[in-house]
Design a protein around this ligand. Structure first.
Ligand code: ATP
Ligand code: MG
Length: 229
């Protein structure tokens, strides 16, 4: 196996007194797309939030690009190149598509351990998301849920991440848009991004992922390729 870009071990998380995650071990290889599957409440979102340092009571090791990031703040982790699109999509409703993208812009970091990073620009993103390209001046609050969802992914890409955590990218999308989102994820993989997504839709997971972890009640119950599931 290649050296992973993200390696998580013995990850635990609590909300209040309730333990939510139990000793999770998982990794994403460079350029790999990995799906975290499981029912409502299994702990998929909490896993991503804990990796991003957004759950205050947590323990375990999170190594991103060979650095231990488990004590870092969310913005510091994002700056190292780990982009996160949370489940509660937040766009700036009073800003246009283009202004929302500008709000996600970050200087490109020099990368020592990977292929040269290509900088994302609105122009490049509009080729990836043609429906956003068709409405650069549309205000956020006038967009459909699916369009807003595309915009949160596009805005996170403006930070030029090397890896992405996507919380249920297919949720609430019309079937034809689901296919588009799957194509987008494969295109991002083709550009060298490593991706961990949470997913309840087996069809979508099948379209995009190299490997799957199945989460049940905060524990990893199974891992393998979708074909074996
Ligand atoms: P879904 O598919 O519905 O998004 P999920 O797999 O993402 O589910 P989580 O949102 O991670 O599941 O929730 C895991 C458990 O943690 C659930 O029992 C949930 O009620 C609990 N939980 C999640 N967020 C909080 C919070 N902020 N405070 C307290 N408990 C929480
Ligand atoms: Mg969730």
């Amino acid at each position: 196996m290649h050296r992973p870009i993200l390696a998580v071990s013995a990850l635990n998380a609590w909300y209040g007194g309730a333990r939510i995650l139990y000793d999770l071990d998982f990794h994403i290889g460079h350029g790999e797309v990995v799906a975290l599957m499981g029912r409502n409440g299994a702990g998929k979102s909490t896993t991503m939030e804990a990796v991003m340092g957004m759950v205050s009571r947590r323990s375990g090791s999170v190594v991103f690009r060979d650095r231990d990031v488990s004590k870092l703040a969310p913005f510091q982790i994002a700056r190292l190149g780990l982009g996160f699109v949370p489940g509660d999509r937040r766009i700036f409703t009073e800003l246009t598509v283009l202004e929302n993208l500008d709000a996600g812009r970050q200087p490109v970091r020099r990368v020592a351990d990977g292929p040269a990073l290509r900088e994302w620009t609105p122009e490049r993103l509009f080729r990836l998301f043609p429906n956003l390209g068709a409405m650069p001046d549309r205000r956020g609050d006038l967009m459909s849920g699916g369009e807003q969802q595309m915009l949160t992914v596009a805005r996170t890409l403006m930070g030029n991440p090397l890896a992405l955590l996507l919380d249920e990218p297919s949720e609430g999308l019309a079937p034809v848009i689901v296919e588009q989102m799957a194509d987008t994820i494969l295109e991002l993989k083709g550009q060298g991004l490593s991706i961990l997504l949470s997913e309840q839709n087996l069809h979508f997971a099948e379209l995009v992922s190299d490997r799957v972890y199945v989460l049940e009640k905060g524990q990893i119950r199974w891992t393998g390729s979708i074909a074996e599931l």
